[in-house]
Design a protein around this ligand. Structure first.
Ligand code: ZN
Length: 262
């Protein structure tokens, strides 16, 4: 409802006052309803192997969470990891989780299959969103949800940069994101062994130190059962790309997109 106040001096009519009262009452009811609903919740999970003397002294998940807290103030943003109770995958936590973001690298094998079962059920049957980042392509939940080996053809840290382009500007994950460059990156070469995605909002080109160029997919989307899934290829633990505002915007968009199926 829209209420227009008359210029001062003319006073408010009975109708104005009624309208104003209804508006104030309506927004108060909406606020109470939102509070009662418990805020939407995203959990950012990490295995805890980012070097403490490098760019993510408090781990990768903390950096991703900081961007989400800045851009999604209405969301409840939490972090979890291998050392959390039940490896950060308690039933209670997953039940309240609208979107789970996962970063792992060296400790994929330590994640218990029982917890992967829970994640799979929450995504496929109950519509929880799942976002895998960079080296989490080999994480158990990522492989389970994709149903494929999830390998890339090559892995190189050879001084490449990545020029990211917005392939699908109308996709929600592209909202407010312009083309940007990540000056240092770990290169994952195509093909990425996954099912055909529903959408590839972000693509890009690796540019080698000698100028050679190699195209790649950067951000891929799938629907898995009732859930939405996004994979973001950059995110190596020794480059500060996850702190960049463009990347933080992509994550905030991806969280909102992945939660939308619920
Ligand atoms: Zn890496």
């Amino acid at each position: 409802m829209q209420t227009t106040l008359r210029p001062s001096g003319k006073g408010l009519s009975r109708r104005d006052l009624f309208g104003l009262g209804a508006t104030v009452f309506g927004s108060a009811v909406a606020r109470i309803a939102r509070a009662g609903q418990s805020a939407r919740r995203v959990v950012v999970w990490s295995e805890g192997t980012a070097p403490v003397d490098k760019v993510y002294p408090d781990d990768v998940n903390t950096a991703i969470a900081a961007g989400l807290r800045r851009l999604l103030p209405e969301w409840q943003v939490e972090t979890a990891g291998l050392d959390s109770p039940e490896q950060g995958c308690t039933e209670e936590s997953l039940q309240r989780c609208d979107v789970l973001i996962w970063w792992g690298h060296k400790r994929h094998g330590e994640v218990k299959d029982a917890y992967v079962d829970r994640i799979e059920r929450r995504v496929k049957q109950e519509g929880m969103g799942f976002i895998a980042v960079h080296s989490a392509h080999f994480a158990k939940p990522n492989k389970r949800l994709m149903g494929t080996r999830c390998g890339w053809a090559a892995y190189k840290t050879d001084g490449c940069r990545l020029e990211v382009e917005i392939k699908e500007p109308n996709h929600p994950i592209s909202a407010g994101v312009s083309a940007f460059t990540l000056p240092q990156i770990e290169r994952y070469s195509e093909p990425y062994q996954v099912p055909a995605p529903d959408a590839v909002p972000l693509a890009g080109t690796y540019v080698y130190p000698d100028g050679r160029r190699e195209p790649t997919r950067v951000g891929l989307c799938w629907t898995i059962g009732k859930g939405r899934m996004f994979y973001f290829a950059p995110g190596h633990e020794t480059y500060p790309n996850l702190n960049r505002p463009e990347v933080q915007r992509v994550f905030a968009n991806a969280v909102q997109w992945a939660a939308a199926s619920r």
